[in-house]
Design a protein. Structure first.
Length: 634
């Protein structure tokens, strides 16, 4: 209509706006022209990925152009091969796939044409870091420090709230935003390193614009942008760089299953089936067993996989090729952009099974030595092992997740259910619970590449299970010496408490000393109480010792059936052996070592890694109640 009006108003030869005598008409026509050209030439509001990298294995890059009626345009570019242009039922989206193979770093111009009108848009290919594809991910030589990003440290109080985001900082609200940020993490990296950690896993840092509860950031509203209340994309790159300077690694918490309902696409979806609709909302059943249960009804399987995690988190349809490719490219982009060392993937089994396997493989094809650990919150070793790459259990169903690592919820559950409160041993009770868990290690394709932990941001605090230091000590002895990749939740090392029954905010408390004006600063030795220092020293001693112990990282495990609530196991290889003894009883125990002769044949003594005392291991070893020993054998 506007075009018709402009044509009629100017159809006389040589007529221009200046030749129109009526001033009001001239002014109105000028405004219409301004509106017309604005609509024609400025209709791209978003481009994702915002740029790409040359020399990638993923060379067919699908660029999302978003703007009013953008799909009405024809697209061309002189220096890249356009392999596909895909339109959807929403004319505000255009997906243009270009071949970047052999394309040099630089700026490339796209021309959008609609009839006689056209405009251009530049798009950049950037150079990759040297040997980027060969980056080494986290592994069993690492100890991961998990940080609740909003609750660790407030390094930049000026960004606690943002005029562009709804929820403002309110430290008095245990479920609100408190102001922890990237700068706070950077300022305390030396503290984390002193503790013995070699990798940092912050909870998600991308933008979450929910009205409330946005501090956890699992309902993301922009997956290409760091939340302004945490910092900027450049701050995130700086965090990665500062970690690498210290020989440490950065793990990104990635969410493939859902976004937040405030995600920018939710008001204007590219396709109806970009998210799962029934139509409208349906919550998941959380019954992850339906994803491999050969007896499961199809409706139950679909409700679990396609239902929304909660009402504020729309469930992404990874079986839609556009969605899947979007998620693949977003993941690859972050690895390159922020120089990442790994992913922790939230709610891994809730995504479409085949699609999430494809997503994982695409990342591992690009970075063969990268590592990804998936959250499969199940309480059966077989069910957890199903999700690890090359699982023989999953192979029965011709399925392979391609996922290198999974989280060991079995060991965590034994610890959280109070194994160290079970003072007497019977067939199932006592320290035999740990023994039984490790007895199923044969189910894992690679038990050294599983995440070992006692608590995280979704569970009770370890101090809630065991307020006694002696039981914390026993837990740390396990985490520091069992197979797998140990993960410590921030504040455990100073005995931080938290009761999940009081809400998630209680298990995600502020680290003391992380905020200007805090009465105590537990980041420093002088600021810690004697009890906090006791926790810290034990933790730091164990995990700094573990750093260089290949026998713990990759050695074999030989363990012995517990007797009298005493568990003995060995970590060993051809060159080294470590003996671990845990007395879980309330009585002093004298352990004769003849029973362990197959592991002690060539050893006569051991050095206690805590006290550095030498113990003659061919003689009976006395253990006080609720104590343990880690002995390097000689």
């Amino acid at each position: 209509m506007l075009c018709d009006f402009l044509f009629l108003a100017t159809k006389r030869k040589h007529m221009t706006i200046a030749t129109i005598s009526n001033q009001k008409t001239r002014f109105a026509l000028a405004l219409l022209c301004l509106f017309y050209f604005t609509q024609s030439y400025a209709q791209i509001n978003r481009i994702e990925p915002p740029f790409w990298y040359s020399d990638m294995h993923h060379t067919d890059v699908q660029i999302l152009f978003y703007g009013k009626n953008i799909a009405q345009n024809k697209v061309s570019t002189p220096n890249l091969i356009i392999k596909n242009i895909q339109k959807t039922e929403n004319p505000n989206y255009l997906f243009v796939t270009v071949d970047t193979k052999n394309a040099a770093p630089g700026s490339y111009t796209f021309t959008f044409t609609n009839g006689k009108k056209s405009f251009t848009q530049n798009y950049s290919l950037k150079a990759r870091r040297k040997d980027s594809a060969l980056r080494k991910g986290f592994d069993s030589s690492d100890m991961i420090y998990l940080i609740m990003s909003d609750r660790f440290a407030n390094g930049n109080p000026t960004n606690d709230s943002s005029p562009n985001l709804i929820e403002k900082a309110d430290r008095t609200n245990k479920d609100g935003r408190h102001g922890g940020d990237i700068e706070g993490i950077i300022q305390h990296l030396d503290y984390i390193k002193e503790l013995g950690a070699t990798a940092v896993w912050p909870t998600p840092l991308c933008e979450d614009n929910d009205e409330k509860g946005s501090y956890h950031t699992y309902g993301q509203s922009d997956v290409y942008k760091i939340d302004e209340r945490f910092g900027t994309n450049e701050d995130y790159v700086r965090l990665s760089s500062e970690l690498h300077k210290r020989g440490m690694k950065l793990i990104k918490d990635y969410v493939t299953n859902h976004w937040g309902y405030k995600h920018w696409m939710m008001d204007d979806l590219p396709t109806y089936d970009w998210i799962h609709q029934f139509p409208g909302y349906k919550q998941t059943s959380y019954r992850m067993t339906t994803q491999f249960d050969s007896n499961a009804a199809a409706i139950d399987r679909n409700v679990c996989m396609d239902g929304w995690f909660v009402q504020s988190m729309p469930d992404l349809n990874q079986s839609n090729p556009l969605v899947l490719n979007y998620l693949i490219q977003n993941a690859l982009w972050w690895i390159e952009f922020a120089d990442l060392d790994g992913f922790r993937v939230d709610t891994y089994p809730y995504a479409d099974k085949q699609a999430i396997a494809h997503w994982t493989k695409a990342i591992m094809d690009e970075y063969p030595d990268f590592n990804i650990v998936g959250e499969a919150w199940l309480y059966s070793t077989a069910q957890i092992a199903y999700w690890q790459k090359d699982s023989k259990i999953a192979a029965i169903q011709s399925y392979n997740s391609n996922l290198p690592s999974v989280m060991d919820f079995m060991t965590q559950s034994v610890i959280s259910e109070g194994v160290f409160n079970e003072d007497k041993q019977d067939w199932q009770k006592g320290i035999v619970g740990i023994y039984n868990t490790l007895a199923s290690d044969f189910l894992y394709p690679n038990c050294n590449n599983i995440l070992l932990f006692a608590e995280n941001h979704d569970t009770n605090r370890l101090n809630q299970y065991y307020p006694e230091f002696e039981k914390y000590r026993l837990t740390m002895l396990l985490l520091a010496t069992l197979r797998g990749i140990p993960q410590l939740y921030y504040g455990a090392e100073i005995g931080m408490a938290g009761d999940k029954s009081k809400g998630d905010g209680d298990i995600r408390r502020d680290f003391p000393g992380g905020w200007p004006g805090d009465l105590q600063n537990a980041f420093t030795k002088v600021g810690r109480t004697p009890d906090q220092q006791k926790y810290f020293e034990l933790t730091a001693q164990l995990f700094n010792w573990r750093k260089t112990k290949k026998v713990i990282h990759t050695g074999k495990t030989t363990h012995y059936v517990p007797e009298n609530n005493v568990y003995v196991y060995f970590r060993h290889n051809d060159n080294e052996s470590v003996m671990v003894l845990i007395n879980n009883s309330t009585e002093k125990q004298t352990i004769t070592t003849e029973r362990f002769s197959e592991n002690l044949k060539k050893y006569s003594k051991g050095t206690d890694v805590i006290t550095q005392k030498t113990i003659a291991i061919q003689q009976p070893i006395v253990l006080e109640p609720k104590t343990g020993l880690v002995l390097e054998l000689h």
